[in-house]
Write a protein that binds this ligand. Structure first.
Ligand SMILES: NC(=O)c1ccc[n+]([C@@H]2O[C@H](COP(=O)([O-])OP(=O)(O)OC[C@H]3O[C@@H](n4cnc5c(N)ncnc54)[C@H](O)[C@@H]3O)[C@@H](O)[C@H]2O)c1
Length: 313
């Protein structure tokens, strides 16, 4: 594929679309971005400038250049000759439907349309489409130019071939793509996060630990391992010679017992004040903006180091 002459359309250039634009530019593609908001082009170009050092540090593909970015407020024009379309418009079904209709009025019939949607299902988004079989989920993690994960899946009318093609495309751009076999609310990684947040909130509410100590428990505990290997392989490693089978036979009963004792997500918003107070206490005396800059610096180093390892998947 001659990337310099392959157009990727980025539809919607808010937080997520801008990250996608930077990712595809860094991968050496031509990117045509579109967004109707006043000042959207200037904002996007500013973000591209801001994010570029990070993608440079991770390694640019041959020919990658910020000059490969063009912008139009006309969605149809943006997608006309595109080889792949990444939709990151507002999270409202009626907006997604209108966008898909405009995209389909101009895009080639066999070009994949990937939606970044966090909360809507592809089945909902593709309803009424002319070629629903090529509409897939391409759900990134923020910021999409740094975090490698993309969750890919289809809706009721998506062809299996489209999902396979989308995964192959993302992988060819350096993404870690996973396949969602069945549509579920929130996809996969966010469900796993919610499971953790649910218990973290509950532990604060029960007075078991402070917000700060729960953050430390993850960021200086299992979080360090989870960034390197997933929860199942880490369990396997904890099982010694017997691996995960031994571990689950040995400790599964107590884990089942703890699972029965876990909290539920609060039904009302009363909990928010307590959690927010805990976060304020945790951040006292720290420069939050500088903290986030340091986090992103470490993130780039971690992703680069991880990519240099042979057996780490
Ligand atoms: N923010 C996150 O952490 C996150 C993570 C993963 C996925 N997502 C998903 O990505 C999508 C975008 O979310 P976001 O956080 O970037 O929102 P955002 O509000 O930052 O960006 C949405 C952009 O769409 C633009 N827009 C409005 N109407 C449009 C149209 N007709 N055509 C093209 N663009 C249009 C808006 O001007 C805005 O710039 C959503 O579907 C969301 O679920 C968000």
């Amino acid at each position: 594929m001659d990337r310099a002459n392959t157009k990727i359309a980025v539809v919607g250039t808010g937080v997520i679309g801008a990250g996608w634009a930077v990712h595809f530019l860094a991968q050496g593609f031509e990117v045509v971005a579109t967004d109707p908001a006043p000042g959207a082009e200037a904002r996007l170009r500013e973000w591209v400038d801001d994010y570029w050092p990070a993608v440079e540090a991770l390694g640019l593909a041959e020919g990658a250049s910020k000059d490969q970015l063009s912008f139009t407020t006309d969605v149809a024009q943006a997608v006309r000759d595109a080889a792949f379309i990444q939709e990151s418009g507002p999270e409202r079904l009626e907006v997604k439907h209108a966008l898909i209709a405009t995209i389909e009025s101009a895009a080639k019939a066999d070009v994949l349309i990937a939606s970044s949607s966090s909360g809507l299902s592809v089945s909902e988004i593709q309803a009424g489409a002319r070629h629903p079989e090529r509409i897939v989920l391409g759900h990134p993690f923020n910021p999409p130019h740094l975090i490698p994960l993309v969750e890919v899946g289809g809706g009721k009318l998506t062809s299996a071939e489209s999902v396979t093609k989308a995964i192959a495309f993302y992988v060819s751009t350096g993404k870690k793509a996973i396949r969602i076999n069945k549509e579920v609310k929130g996809h996969i990684a966010n469900r796993l996060q919610v499971a953790l947040w649910q218990e973290a909130i509950s532990l604060v509410q029960k007075g078991v630990a402070s917000v700060e100590d729960i953050d430390t428990a993850i960021s200086y505990g299992p979080g360090l391992r989870w960034a390197l290997l997933g929860p199942f392989i880490n369990l396997h490693a904890s099982g010694g010679a017997g691996g995960i089978t031994h571990l689950l036979q040995h400790l599964g009963a107590s884990q089942r017992e703890w699972a029965r004792d876990l909290g539920q997500y609060p039904e009302t918003d009363d909990y928010i004040e307590q959690i927010a107070r805990g976060v304020d206490d945790e951040l006292k005396g720290r420069d939050f903006a500088a903290m986030l800059r340091e986090r992103d610096e470490l993130l780039v180093q971690l992703i680069a180091t991880k990519a240099s390892k042979v057996q780490i998947p």
